[in-house]
Each structure stands twice: as C-alpha cells, then as structure tokens.
Design a protein around this ligand. Structure first.
Ligand code: DC
Length: 218
C-alpha cells in the first residue's frame, strides 16, 4: 500500500506537484480541497449560511460529492472549473470549519484511499484523514511567493488579478485554516517539511519523488 499525504497552505504548488507525482508513480491523485470547494459552491448557490450548522446539515443530507478520475463532481455535475475562483476559495475555507462538513469529505476521501494507492492532497491528510500514510509531506513557501504564483496563474489564464488583493486573501485564508478548531492546518510530527520557495516546478516534483522513494525503500 502506498498512500502519500501532502498538506500545506494554498499557493505552494501542492496541487500541480501532487498531480504530477501521482502520474509519475502511476497512482491515483485525490484533491480534497476540491471537495470543500464544491460544498462551498453549493452553499453559495443555495445561499446557505456556513455558520448555521442546521442549514448546512440539511444541504449535506441532499448532496453527493465525488472526486475520481480527476474531476470534481457535485450532485452529478462536473464543477471542476467553476470552483477555481477567489470567492469559492473563501467559501470553501468558511464551510470547512464545520465538523459535519469535514466528516463528509473525510468519508469520501478515506473510501477513495481504502483500496488503491493514492497521492492525497489537502490540509489535514497526514494528521487526520490518513494518519498512517506511508509518506507524509508538509509543503510550504513564503507568503510572497505563494501570492505571486496565484497571481501568475490568473494572468496566464487571461483573468484579471491584483497582487495586493491576492496577498491579503492568501493570508486571511491561511490564518482561518490554521486556527479553526477542527482539524486545523498543521504539520504532522512525522511529516517531511518541503519548502518550495526556491524550487522550480520540476525541482519540487523531483524532491517529492525522492522523498517517496527514500521512505518506501526503508
Ligand atoms: O487546497 P484548496 O485551496 O483547494 O482548499 C480550499 C479550502 O478547503 C481551504 O482553504 C481549506 C479547505 N480544506 C480543508 O479544510 N481541508 C483539506 N484537507 C483541504 C482543504
């Protein structure tokens, strides 16, 4: 069994790196953040208050989320593109504070990792979702670099972007994800810390691949 848990704040290159590593090892890639984003999107659509647990519970009871084959499915709809906005990033962070929401995403995530080798990426994979993962990596990068990477991504996609605004939002979301009560973002004691600030994408992918090889050859 090979389960690789990659955690860390947004903008470290985590998703791109995790996806490439999964491809290199020929195993499944699972993006847990995408599932929180899908639930954030649904809460916006239905005008559900993320702070109102009973409203959220009613929504969850009537929701099917899935992340397989690399697409994020919300009630059978492919929302992979719709969830990649600044507004939905914050909605995902807001709704992810609730234990009932985390339980739902955890259940789907654990089910996906139960029978196959995976690279799973998020905030609490090594601490909560798969605490016995064979490989755990905590990825970081300086706040300025993370904001710059988000900015470049948006510009590349032909979208409008304001660096200062992105920097502010990045800091706000980090703070919120690290200070919530349930399963906050933190490094697992047995996770390898990887700072990607000065690494290229290829360099980061190689570094993760090396960590996996080292850990699994022991
Ligand atoms: O990785 P991301 O930016 O797509 O995640 C969106 C939000 O979802 C993030 O701000 C916090 C939440 N999240 C979480 O609480 N736990 C995870 N394992 C993954 C994401």
């Amino acid at each position: 069994m090979l389960r690789v848990a990659i955690d860390g704040p947004g903008g470290t290159g985590k998703s791109t790196i995790a996806k490439a590593v999964a491809e290199r090892f020929g195993i499944e890639y699972i993006d847990t953040g995408a599932m929180y984003r899908a639930l954030g999107l649904k809460s916006k659509r239905l005008a559900v208050d993320p702070a109102d647990e009973s409203e959220v519970r009613t929504m969850l009871d009537d929701t099917v989320i899935d992340f397989s084959g690399g697409r994020t499915m919300l009630d059978g709809e492919d929302v992979s593109g719709l969830i990649r906005t600044g507004e939905i990033s914050m909605a995902a962070s807001d709704i992810s504070k609730l234990a009932i929401v985390r339980a739902k995403v955890d259940e789907v995530s654990r089910h996906l990792a139960a029978t196959k080798d995976v690279v799973m990426e998020g905030r609490d994979i090594g601490t909560t979702v798969i605490p016995d993962a064979e490989v755990k990596i905590f990825m970081t990068a300086s706040p300025e670099i993370r904001a710059k990477r988000r900015y470049d991504q948006l510009i590349e996609a032909g979208k409008e972007a304001d660096y200062d605004q992105i920097y502010k939002e990045t800091m706000e979301r980090d703070y919120q994800d690290s200070h919530r009560e349930v399963s906050p973002l933190r490094q697992a004691e047995d996770a390898v810390l990887l700072d990607t600030s000065d690494l290229t994408l290829e360099g980061s992918i190689d570094a993760v691949a090396r960590i996996i090889t080292e850990k699994t050859q022991k």
